[in-house]
Design a protein around this ligand. Structure first.
Ligand SMILES: *Cc1c(COP(=O)(O)O)cnc(C)c1O
Length: 454
């Protein structure tokens, strides 16, 4: 065997070992960063070793520090799950080594990304002419959309940002909801928008922006305007009321951006679609494939209604070409990059429309079952309306809630992560994986009951 073949064989064997033991291993790792640094650290040796031996060494040393994220009982943050077709396609992406910024250079992978983008627009009910830029995740999707938005709203008042820069530009008002995701603040920071320059609009008990508050905010100000809404609040899973809010923003000539990292996918299910009603009227949408679609990490999408806005913000060189020749590097900040849209194509091809709907409905049904199971434990209070995939709960004191969170991770049956909501310590349970079964829910509820009632 040549070196590549034996290295890949080893990776296949070790990956399979990991995946087949997911159900039995503690979900949270038994080793921390210091142990992992000790395992992998030390000076770089003078002489190299065989590639297959490197793969074996990695797999053995990493073992105690790995989290069972692809298993059925990882409910932390809003991540998790890798669909088999996406996982295997991701291996091909690395083997092929296609630099996927340009269609001339890598036609096969750019074509798959373009088609994956079209499928998503169709699933989400968004305009089929929108541009879809594949970026590393929701953070960069938000950044990409907001950079495009800023360029466009300044352009509308006659300010050419690419030529004249930001320093003396008209002020862009940036209006966000009180329960926006932290990545919106980071994106605005990358864009040179300071915390003091952001206007925050009050939200309701589930984290949805209040329409009256948005009206009042917008009435008070003039000038270029970006309004940022949200599909899927990370604690409650709540969706802004797009049907009401977008027209308000548009009456004030705003660019409307929607952070739909995991929530935009609700539009792909008939029974969940009503949560996203009116969302298609926005100007840009950020979402992730590595969350709800269950592809490996490094796959988010920046969707922009008018591709010429994307091109104006990102195309290299000054030429304004027609966008039938839209290349990946025309619509995102990157040049060289991996073919991250291929696993998304693979997951959608493997699931089909019906499979995607079933995935979404299954995540929601699991969340409902988890909430019911947890509520049946006397001391547990479920805090949110379980309209989508998130379940947030607590015990009667912050200390008890935090202690339970630690006990759950130590127990190893499942992983949930802590948060703070309206001044209270909470635990968050996110249904994000195709691999979660009803048995996983039952096992998790039983473990939490045991820990609460010990
Ligand atoms: C996860 C998440 C993000 C950030 O996405 P990454 O893929 O982690 O970069 C942004 N917004 C929301 C609502 C999220 O849930």
């Amino acid at each position: 065997m040549d070196a590549r073949e034996s290295a890949l064989d080893t990776a296949h064997r070790r990956a399979t070992e990991f995946l087949t033991t997911l159900d039995d291993r503690p979900v949270w790792p038994r080793a921390g960063l210091d142990e992992m640094l000790a395992a992998f650290g030390g000076p770089l040796g003078e002489h190299g070793i065989d590639p297959a031996a490197v793969v074996d060494e990695i797999a053995s040393k990493a073992e105690p520090g790995l989290v069972a994220i692809p298993g059925g009982r990882f409910f932390g943050f809003v991540i998790g799950g890798t669909h088999p077709a996406a996982l295997a396609a991701d291996w091909l992406v690395s083997a092929w080594d296609q630099n996927s910024g340009s269609s001339t250079l890598t036609p096969a992978t750019v074509a798959m990304e373009r088609v994956a983008g079209q499928w998503m627009l169709d699933l989400f009910g968004l305009p089929e002419s929108a541009s879809v830029g594949f970026v590393t995740g929701g953070q960069l999707a938000n950044f990409t959309c907001l950079a495009t938005a800023r360029n466009a709203v300044l352009g509308k008042v006659g300010w050419d940002l690419a030529e004249r820069g930001l320093r003396s530009a008209p002020r862009v008002r940036f209006v966000v909801g009180a329960d926006r995701h932290g990545s919106i603040d980071r994106a605005s920071r990358f864009l040179g928008i300071g915390r003091a320059e952001v206007t925050v609009v009050e939200s309701d008990d589930q984290g949805r922006m209040r329409a009256g508050a948005l009206e009042r905010t917008l009435a008070a100000e003039q000038g270029p305007l970006i309004v940022c809404l949200q599909a899927g609040e990370v604690h409650t899973g709540a969706f802004d009321d797009f049907e009401t809010l977008i027209p308000i923003a548009q009456r004030h000539d705003a660019w409307v951006h929607v952070d739909g990292a995991f929530g935009l996918w609700a539009a792909a299910s008939e029974s969940l679609r009503s949560l996203t009603k009116g969302i298609e009227r926005a100007d840009s949408w950020a979402t992730d494939a590595h969350k709800t679609l269950n592809v490996p990490y490094d796959c988010g999408m920046a969707i922009v209604r008018d591709p010429s806005d994307s091109i104006a913000a990102f195309r290299t060189g000054g030429d304004y070409l027609i966008y039938s020749g839209l290349d990946p590097w025309d619509v995102t900040p990157e040049l060289s990059r991996r073919a991250r849209g291929v696993p998304a194509w693979a997951a959608m091809r493997s699931l089909g429309r019906a499979g995607i709907t079933r995935l979404l409905d299954g995540l929601h049904a699991n969340a409902v079952a988890m909430a019911a199971g947890l509520s049946a434990i006397g001391a547990v209070e479920v805090l949110n309306d379980v309209d989508y995939t998130q379940v947030m709960f607590c015990l009667d004191s912050d200390d008890a809630t935090r202690a339970l969170g630690e006990a759950i991770l130590l127990d190893g049956t499942a992983a949930v992560t802590g948060a703070e909501w309206r001044g209270r310590a909470t635990l968050r349970c996110s249904m994000s994986s195709w691999a979660t079964t009803r048995a996983d829910i039952d096992r998790t509820v039983a473990a939490i009951r045991r820990l609460v009632e010990h």
